[in-house]
Design a binder for this molecule. Structure first.
Ligand SMILES: *Cc1c(COP(=O)(O)O)cnc(C)c1O
Length: 369
């Protein structure tokens, strides 16, 4: 689904049968925390002379306009995102990449050494790393052979200390979207927080869950500018959730987590939704063409259906193919050591020229055998 100027036409009242109270889930130290109050929090009006934040009024010799601290609440960005995503600014949290959003959710809700979370491998590696960093028990409920959720197994692993369930849809590295009814079943039955990482949603035919925030008070949706928007270097991730969850994330984030340079460039980028949507169309077309072409390459055993900007491709001897590609200067991701992805490479859909180079190199490999 491309990012479009949508508005939320769902009623803003909770229709959830579940009695969800975020205060029962948040860590006690976070609940009691008095957040850091920045100079810009204590005075945010107009003035001639700002001598309240120990900034350098002379400015840097390199660049004159980055001597002031950035807006800690990133209000201008949130207003633009609000129009694009159809979500009110109070439902938006911004992180230094989704990776910061992921870490902050662990820190807000999971007591180290006591609570646990559920992930569904094979999936994005940061959930596991963040869990380890925060000393939080990780319970793995592997995807089924068809890369869908194993709801029966999941239910047996949830207990009173399970705070978060991490779902990734479309999923990295399997490239498929999870069944919507399965995600809804988790949202309806799990009394903790369900995080849906939609980093690749713009390449997918599926509808985003961002429009379901009113329906599910336990829902957090993650988006990023790193993929469809082509801005991985700027580091901007978003969490969409109910106001109470967003307030908690804001309370514990570093005050100036989004730098001024990023804020400036992101504000420009957000005016170019139409160009981004055109780019998404090109990448999706390239993806589908590349999938088609790969099917006729000798070394390729299987191309899995993709709702993302990459393909999971089964090649048998993945390590040999990986090295052969590397010899030609093409780097892909070897996922063959990952459970359910045996023999597979994960190949990002690049520019038309890059994709042609990739397909031709794989053809050469087939010919050399
Ligand atoms: C690439 C990716 C992200 C993006 O992370 P950023 O920190 O925003 O760059 C998030 N989730 C998944 C599943 C990804 O593959």
């Amino acid at each position: 689904m491309p990012d479009t100027q949508t508005t939320n036409n769902k009623p803003q009242t909770s229709t959830s049968a579940m009695n969800f109270n975020v205060n029962d889930l948040v860590r006690k130290n976070v609940k009691q925390l008095v957040p850091y109050s920045s100079a810009r929090d204590e005075f945010s009006g107009e003035a001639k002379v700002f001598l309240d934040a120990n900034e350098n009024s002379l400015g840097s010799p390199t660049t004159k306009w980055y001597n002031r601290y950035p807006d800690p609440h990133q209000l201008k960005i949130k207003e633009k995102l609000s129009a694009i995503k159809g979500v009110q600014p109070k439902h938006i949290f911004l992180g230094n990449g989704s990776d910061e959003c992921i870490d902050i959710l662990f820190r807000a809700f999971c007591n180290p050494g006591k609570d646990n979370v559920i992930i569904c491998p094979p999936t994005y590696g940061m959930y596991e790393v963040s869990a380890h960093i925060n000393d939080v028990e990780l319970r793995k409920v592997p995807l089924l052979e068809n890369f869908q959720l194993d709801l029966v197994h999941m239910e047996t692993r949830v207990d009173d200390f399970t705070k978060l369930i991490w779902l990734c849809s479309p999923n990295n590295p399997t490239a498929n979207s999870l069944h919507r009814e399965d995600i809804e079943a988790v949202l309806n039955n799990f009394p903790g927080i369900v995080v849906i990482d939609e980093a690749y949603i713009n390449f997918s035919r599926q509808r985003s869950f961002v429009q379901e925030l009113a329906e599910y008070p336990n829902l957090v949706v993650l988006h990023t500018l790193s993929k469809a928007w082509g801005l991985a270097g700027l580091r901007l991730g978003m969490a969409f959730a109910g106001e109470d969850i967003i307030d908690i994330c804001n309370k514990i984030k570093p005050p100036y987590n989004i730098g001024q340079a990023t804020q400036d460039l992101v504000l420009k980028a957000l005016d170019q939704v139409d160009d981004v949507n055109e780019m998404i169309r090109i990448l999706v077309k390239e993806r589908d063409a590349m999938a088609e072409q790969l099917l006729s390459v000798a070394v390729v055993e299987q191309v899995y259906p993709s709702d993302a900007n990459f393909l999971l491709v089964k090649v048998g001897d993945a390590k040999a193919v990986y090295r052969a590609l590397l010899d030609k200067g093409i780097v892909v991701r070897d996922r063959s050591n990952v459970q359910l992805c045996e023999g597979c490479l994960r190949i990002t859909v690049g520019s038309p020229a890059e994709n042609t180079a990739l397909v031709n190199s794989l053809k050469d490999f087939g010919a050399a055998l």
